[in-house]
Write a protein that binds this ligand. Structure first.
Ligand code: SF4
Length: 444
């Protein structure tokens, strides 16, 4: 159950000793309630308070790690039902499946596609997460060979997908030390799968027909000593899948059913709507998404969608303020002022690169606000521009004294001109018009 600040406060020692780093116990209680402090920071909690606060402040969706090394992923640890309430924290892993009836070459080709594919957007490299390996042949040797083919070319997180514990063990024998997700335990064989999860130290996915039986199964697995669980909610019906994933998140966040407080896995190959399942999984609480295939256009779309859903809505993505070069600008190159909101920066940069006019971009710190918002809120002002010109040594970089400001900053043009002593040109409002603007207006 989630406790309110005053309920937490009643459990604290009320010494106001500041040893937790907060000025009062009440401030500490408020931070605990918001997930911004840990109970261990107070050295005076009694055992009863430790137990209650530990359960109350633990993330309602368990944190799980899949894989090892640089490409390992963390899932779970989510705190809210809706993204606008706070933020979603750990983006879902998107896994491309191979199977043990494919040739080693075909498997390796698909693995290399996942290993090397990068989409760079707003300064971030977006990648697929790993490989799902399906047992279709139904026997240990082909499965072990398929796992070996994957391992021979990549060190990626894996989901081993076999319902027969003997087949699963053959795959784990090849890659068990790399912490793959074991997929999946069912009510009929969970003891064997739990044994494998404990032996190889791997997380374990669970499958059952209803949420009630899934909760029961998770209880059985934790009783067997396996706590790193993932709930498989794959379904041939998109509607059923959406209902189930929403219900699981509600049960987890409200802490009414701790047995459902685990990340969710969706195999998008179930049913005839793989793309729709994938999109639904990204937006509605999936943490492990397995796809049979992902054409290039779908790959890009889903990576961008995932990036958007898993950025903090309360924190605009920012880039570091400074003087940036587009091409190799000379001393007569234009200088364009803009803000440090990433989307603004990268959009303008893209159009400037396309214009083939080498230039400087002077980026000022508006705390990630767009030009229009920064002007309206007073975050973009003449002193900021004057200080940035001095700080980044712009006068030494160019021989002219002309600054191009964004169209939406036009109301500030006079004040900026007066503060910096340079000529100010008001550029277009839309970055798409910058090439035409430079061609017509830029004269040193
Ligand atoms: S350390 Fe504990 S007792 Fe001291 S102020 Fe913090 S919460 Fe209160």
């Amino acid at each position: 159950m989630t406790l309110k600040p005053l309920e937490i406060y009643k459990l604290l020692p009320k010494k106001n000793c500041k040893e937790c780093g907060d000025p009062t116990c009440l401030t500490f209680a408020m931070k605990l309630s918001g997930g911004k402090a840990k109970p261990e920071a107070c050295p005076y909690l009694d055992e009863n308070a430790k137990t209650i606060l530990g359960a109350s402040t633990r993330p309602p969706v368990r944190k799980i790690r899949i894989g090892v090394g640089e490409r390992a992923i963390t899932i779970g640890e989510e705190l809210v039902q809706f993204r606008h309430e706070k933020s979603f924290f750990h983006e879902p892993g998107i896994f491309i499946a191979v199977n043990d009836t494919m040739t080693a070459e075909a498997i390796q080709e698909r693995v290399i596609f996942v290993r090397d594919g990068i989409l760079t957007r707003v300064g971030t490299d977006l990648r697929l997460s790993g490989i799902g390996i399906r047992s279709l042949a139904g026997s240990p040797e082909p499965f072990a060979r398929a796992v070996g083919a994957v391992e021979s070319v990549a060190d990626l997180p894996e989901v081993l997908m076999a319902g027969d514990p003997a087949v699963m063990e053959a795959g784990l024998f090849v890659c068990g030390n790399y912490r793959p997700l074991i997929h999946a335990a069912s009510p009929s064989q969970y003891r064997e799968m739990c044994r494998l999860a404990k032996k190889y130290g791997c997380p374990l996915a669970l499958k059952a027909d209803t949420l009630d039986s899934l909760a029961e199964l998770s209880g059985h697995c934790t009783a067997e000593g396996v706590e790193n669980l993932v709930l498989d909610l794959s379904s041939p019906s998109l509607h059923a899948m959406l209902n189930a994933s929403t219900a699981v998140r509600q049960h987890a966040i409200s802490r009414t059913t701790p047995a459902l407080g685990y990340p969710v896995c969706i195999d998008t190959s179930r049913g005839g709507h793989a793309d729709a399942s994938l999109i639904t999984g990204v937006t509605k609480f999936g943490s492990v998404l397995v796809c049979d295939d992902l054409p290039e256009a779908s790959r890009k779309a889903v990576l961008v969608l995932r990036q958007n859903i898993y950025t903090d809505p309360q924190k605009p993505i920012q880039i570091t303020p400074g003087l940036y070069r587009v091409g190799t600008p000379g001393r007569d190159a234009p200088v364009l002022l803009t803000v440090n909101f990433s989307l603004t920066f990268f959009t303008l940069q893209g159009y400037l690169e396309a214009s083939r006019v080498p230039c400087f971009m002077l980026i000022v710190d508006t705390e990630g606000l767009s030009v229009l918002t920064a002007v309206a809120s007073g975050k973009l002002h003449e002193a900021l521009v004057r200080d940035a010109i001095a700080k980044y040594g712009l006068a030494g970089e160019v021989s002219h004294r002309t600054l191009i400001i964004p169209g939406y900053a036009a109301p500030l043009s006079g004040r900026i001109e007066e503060a910096i002593g340079w000529k100010v040109l008001v550029g277009p409002r839309d970055a798409a018009d910058i090439a035409e603007f430079l061609e017509k207006e830029w004269k040193t």
